[in-house]
Design a protein around this ligand. Structure first.
Ligand code: AMP
Length: 323
C-alpha cells in the first residue's frame, strides 16, 4: 500500500479540493500548501483547487490565499498540510468537507483525518509534496517547484539542521532543475529589514546563557512596539542564538498583547519537545513552540531547559571520565 498513490486517487475522485495549513504560517506551511495547489492546478485544470488561511503579511511575496466560501466545502476534499494538531489548523472549516487528508512531518501526537500521511523522517512537508508528485510520476511545473524549494530551505535552515537527509538533497536537486531563480529566492528568504537587524542586535546584547549552554531572551511588547515589529517578525531571529558556539539550546519568549508569552524553543542536539508539550505546545525534537501564561512559567520553562542542558553536560563528562 502506498499512501502517496491513495492520496492521488482521492484527489481524482473530487472536483473541489481545499488545502489548509497551520496558523502563523512559515515558508514550509505555505510552500507545501500552495505548492500542492499549483501541482494540482497544473495537472487537473478542470478541478477547483483553493488555498485558505490568514495571509501572513511578511510572506505574501511567496504565496497568497484564495477567497473560499462555506458552500465550497460541500463535497470537497480537504487536505491539511504541515499541521500536527487540529487546534493549530488555520480556518476551522477544515472539518466541513466530505473527506479529510492530513499530510505532515511532525510527530503524530494528534491523529486526525480520514487518511493520514505522516513521515517524521521528512525534513519538511514540502519534501513530502514533492514526493507525492515523484511517486505518481507527475511533473511538478516551475511554480510548484519554487514553492516547495522555499519550504525545504525554510524548514532545514538552508540544509543546516539534522533533519536534512540524503533524500532531502535528492528532492532539492530535482526541484533545482526547474528554471526558477533559486538564488534570488534563497537571498530573499535570508534578507532582513533594519528593524529585524536591530532586534538581532538586541538579542546578542541581552541573551542570558548558563555554563551548560542553555540560553534565553525575553522580547517584551514594549520592545516590539518600539521597533514596530510583530510577533510573526520574530521568526527571523529564532536561529540567532544558535550561531553562538557555546549555546546548545535556547528559548525566545515573545510577550503577546494579552500578556502571555509565546515560546519559541530550539536545540542543536538535545530533544526539547517534551518540555514544549508540558507547556501548551509541542513540535519537533529540535524545534518546538509553547506558551507561558505568567512570568513564573517563563522562569519554569527556562529552568527545565537548564536542567536538560545540565544533564547532557554531566553525561558527557561521565563519558569522558570513563575513557
Ligand atoms: P516556531 O517557533 O513557532 O517556529 O515553532 C517551531 C515548531 O514548533 C513548529 O514547526 C511547530 O511544529 C511547533 N509548535 C509551535 N507552536 C506550537 C504549539 N502551540 N503547539 C504545538 N506545536 C507547536
Amino acid at each position: 500500500m502506498n499512501l502517496y498513490h491513495d492520496i492521488l486517487r482521492k484527489i481524482k475522485e473530487h472536483d473541489t479540493i481545499i488545502i489548509h495549513r497551520h496558523m502563523r504560517p512559515d515558508p514550509d506551511a505555505l510552500g507545501s500548501q500552495v505548492g500542492l495547489q499549483k501541482l494540482l492546478q497544473y495537472h487537473f485544470p478542470q478541478k477547483t483547487v483553493k488555498v485558505t488561511g490568514y495571509d501572513e503579511p511578511s510572506l505574501t511575496w511567496l504565496a497568497q490565499m484564495d477567497q473560499v466560501a462555506d458552500a465550497d466545502y460541500e463535497q470537497a476534499l480537504v487536505i491539511v498540510c504541515d499541521t500536527a494538531n487540529t487546534a493549530r489548523i488555520d480556518d476551522s472549516r477544515y472539518a466541513t468537507g466530505a473527506f479529510l487528508i492530513k499530510i505532515d512531518h511532525h510527530p503524530d501526537d494528534d491523529v486526525y483525518g480520514d487518511l493520514s500521511l505522516v513521515d517524521t523522517t521528512a525534513s519538511s512537508t514540502s519534501e513530502m509534496i514533492a514526493l507525492l508528485a515523484f511517486e505518481n510520476q507527475l511533473d511538478l511545473g516551475e511554480e510548484a517547484a519554487r514553492l516547495l524549494y522555499a519550504g525545504i530551505i525554510g524548514d532545514t535552515g538552508r540544509f543546516l539542521y539534522p533533519s536534512t537527509s540524503v533524500r532531502t538533497f535528492e528532492v532539492a536537486a530535482r526541484l533545482r532543475q526547474y528554471p526558477f531563480d533559486f538564488s534570488g529566492l534563497a537571498r530573499k528568504m535570508d534578507a532582513i529589514t533594519w528593524p529585524i537587524a536591530r532586534l538581532q542586535g538586541y538579542v546578542y546584547d541581552s541573551l542570558e546563557m548558563d555554563q551548560n549552554g542553555a540560553a534565553r531572551i525575553i522580547l517584551s511588547q514594549q520592545l516590539l512596539q518600539e521597533l514596530r515589529l510583530s510577533d510573526a517578525d520574530t521568526s527571523a531571529i529564532v536561529g540567532a542564538p544558535g550561531r553562538i558556539e557555546d549555546v546548545q539550546l535556547w528559548a525566545i519568549f515573545v510577550e503577546q498583547p494579552d500578556g502571555h508569552y509565546r515560546v519559541r524553543m530550539r536545540s542543536k542536539s538535545i530533544p526539547i519537545n517534551e518540555i514544549a508539550k508540558k507547556h501548551h505546545g509541542g513540535g519537533h525534537p529540535l524545534a518546538s513552540g509553547a506558551n507561558a501564561f505568567s512570568k513564573e512559567e517563563v522562569d519554569q520553562i527556562y529552568a527545565e531547559l537548564q536542567d536538560l542542558a545540565k544533564k547532557e553536560e554531566n553525561q558527557l563528562k561521565g563519558l569522558s571520565n570513563q575513557i
